[in-house]
Design a protein around this ligand. Structure first.
Ligand code: FAD
Length: 422
């Protein structure tokens, strides 16, 4: 069975590995010239600082000084150790790890580089896929795994008053280093992972950094004298003024949106998948398309440990394609999706957080692993995740220091079933 995989980032690579192990024929379409996806750091930025121009899509969102916010033993694929110089590493070491995975798994020969997937449509029992590598192409395949990443199309919320606001604005997608803001008054909108890290970098050079957010997590109390946690922004302008939700005003020289990204699947028709900013569906187990179960979208859940989650999803999807693990009927999958939605509504989870897994990730990954015959996540996995979150909240500037990391590194799984048919 031929499986087209979109993307050779972490998710696409492990999907190719699992497909081969299951005896499938993967062909990976990768728009860039190498493996690694979002971990390919680029000094270049888009000419549109907010990143809204659809004709200009730079995949990378990595800033120069980025260090992982998870320890590498937690981040690693479960059966491929991540040998690193420190427990929290820069982006180059993650890229090197992914390149090493591609080599040791022997999947590079399945990848077509410089090939952008442009269309996936139903054709008989399979799909017609279209791609462009300088010339348009088309082929028919039996299955599709989409692993195109979701940290490259910025979300820029409308705040009101944009037309009257005269200070420059940009999105973290186009942030690389703090120097351009030396001596400036910067407002950072959002205090999630990127907002926190970037605000701390900016505080070293800017005259003031106002972090405007509904929730501040790690930034209260302020970990830096020039960093000021503020409430959310109510209105922009006029001029360089911002009005906060508590009625106060700020004058700033720049507004940096650290407001995250949107799911973006421009090559899939809405008849197959409905795509919202933070939601894609209907997908059984947030993975398999209910309307065409030989199509899957990997890596949608966020606030997770990504690589082991991708690995479990890939193993499960491959096992369903070979029917080693049978899927429920489409009606039963649709009903399961509906039940999950009802439970989220009942629990008053906002729609934009339906794929925000957090604590849900462990049971999810373990269930997928169990169904394909893999051992559960190792003892200490959840505890290390929680310890990392707690350490970050307690000390957002220093939590990555190796000296404070007492828990022993997590063991990797014994390599199981390197050949087809695991
Ligand atoms: P990506 O890595 O984005 O790969 C998708 C690939 O698909 C890309 O190579 C892209 O070129 C290709 N592609 C897209 N569209 C097409 C198309 N139409 N045709 C062909 N190819 C296409 N995770 C951690 O575990 N720890 C961290 O510390 C961490 N920090 C992060 C910091 C930042 C700033 C960002 C943006 C992310 C961070 N992440 C972190 C999350 C990271 O996104 C995941 O770890 C993971 O790398 C995502 O892998 P992916 O394969 O889903 O997507």
């Amino acid at each position: 069975m031929r499986l087209a995989i979109v993307g050779a980032g972490a998710a696409g690579l492990v999907m190719a590995r699992e497909a081969r192990r299951a005896g499938l024929e993967p062909v990976v379409f990768e728009a860039q010239e190498d493996v690694g996806g979002t971990w390919i750091h680029r000094r270049a930025t888009e000419s549109d600082p907010l990143g809204l121009d659809p004709d200009e899509r730079l995949h990378g969102s990595m800033y120069d000084g980025l260090r992982t916010n998870l320890p590498v033993d937690l981040m690693a694929f479960r059966d491929t150790p991540f040998e690193a110089t420190s427990r929290f590493v820069g982006h180059a070491e993650v890229l090197a790890y992914l390149a090493q995975c591609a080599d040791t798994w022997g999947v590079r020969d399945a990848i077509r580089f410089g090939a952008t997937m442009t269309g996936v449509e139903l054709a008989g029992d399979g799909f017609r896929v279209r791609w462009d590598d300088g010339a348009p192409h088309m082929a028919e395949v039996e299955a599709v795994a989409i692993a195109n990443g979701h940290y490259h199309v910025p979300h820029v919320p409308a705040l009101g008053g944009e037309a009257t606001f005269t200070a420059p604005r940009s999105h973290s997608h186009n942030y690389r280093r703090p120097e351009p803001w030396r001596g400036q008054r910067v407002a950072v909108l959002g205090a999630m992972s990127s907002g926190t890290d970037i605000a701390l970098e900016l505080a070293e050079v800017a005259s003031a950094v106002h972090v405007c957010a509904r929730e501040h997590g790690a930034l209260v109390p302020s970990p830096h004298p020039r960093l000021h946690p503020e409430p959310a922004i109510a209105q922009l302008g006029p001029g360089r003024r911002l009005t906060l939700t508590d009625g106060r005003h700020l004058e700033v020289d720049h507004l940096l949106y650290c407001t995250g990204y949107r799911y973006h699947l421009p090559f899939v028709p809405a008849t197959l998948l409905e795509v919202e900013r933070r939601l894609v569906g209907p997908l059984y187990r947030d993975l398999i398309a209910v309307r065409a179960p030989t199509l899957a979208v990997l890596g949608l859940p966020f606030a997770v440990v990504p690589f082991p989650l991708f690995e479990a999803q890939a193993a499960y999807f491959a096992a369903t394609l070979t029917q080693r693990v049978p899927l429920p009927s489409r009606a039963a999958m649709a009903a399961a999706v509906e039940r999950q939605r009802e439970a989220l509504v009942h629990a008053e989870v906002p729609r934009r957080h339906w794929l925000r897994y957090g604590e849900r990730q462990f049971a999810y990954v373990d269930q997928l692993r169990r169904e394909v015959g893999l051992p559960p996540l190792p003892p200490g996995y959840e505890a290390l995740y929680r310890a990392t979150s707690a350490a970050k909240r307690a000390d957002p500037r220093g939590y990555r220091d190796d000296a404070r990391w007492r828990p022993p590194p997590l063991p990797t799984d014994a390599v199981s079933g390197a050949g087809p048919g695991r």
